[in-house]
Ligand binder design. Sequence first.
Ligand SMILES: C[S@@+](CC[C@H](N)C(=O)[O-])C[C@H]1O[C@@H](n2cnc3c(N)ncnc32)[C@H](O)[C@@H]1O
Length: 206
Amino acid sequence: MRDNEVAGFLAISREVFAPVYPYYAARFVRESGLRGGRCLDLGCGGGDLGLAVLGLGAFEAILYDKLPAMLVAARDNAAGRGMADRTRVLLGDVAALPLADGCVDLVVSRGSVMFWDDLPRAFREVRRVLTPQGRAYLGGGLGSPAMREAICEQMVGRHPAWANGVPPHRPGTDPETHAQMLRAAGIDDFVIEPDDTGHWLSFGGE
Ligand SMILES: C[S@@+](CC[C@H](N)C(=O)[O-])C[C@H]1O[C@@H](n2cnc3c(N)ncnc32)[C@H](O)[C@@H]1O
């Protein structure tokens, strides 16, 4: 994403995608069984997914992105929700996380993994920073069928790529390729779950 596209993306995430973030946050917190801990939102954009997790337990969040403009928005978003004291923003690439081994309980990432250049390296990094009981959820989707329908209706008029519905995924971002890349990273205990509009990879402690 170029710098001049950031404002447009953030407006869409705020105005159109908003219901999707609490939907996935609730699912990941429920499935992980976690009641608190450190949550890392990778490729956080405006930070909505990580901040939605904060509302569901005794969590603190690290909002991580490679674009400074996204982190400015994420920091403002946290402050606007009164969550600044439980939130840290951090700049960098997913392929080299500036975090200690085993310090993250929950990794979440929506709509970003399809842009990562070196998937095995990024997946190894995610595994490295997870606590032994920690769990990661990486992928993409537009929430429930009703959410997807509402998003598609709104996006038709807002972005030419959506003229025929959800735009096709980039090559090399299919579940089979992701499974290969997870194995290349030495991760075999993963689950890939289809979503209406994408899929989610999860791995880590049960
Ligand atoms: C489509 S946006 C999704 C943002 C947010 N997760 C959401 O669902 O609204 C993709 C985000 O991933 C970030 N990103 C892409 N590749 C990345 C990488 N290798 N390391 C860190 N962030 C990355 C982009 O800068 C962008 O903010």
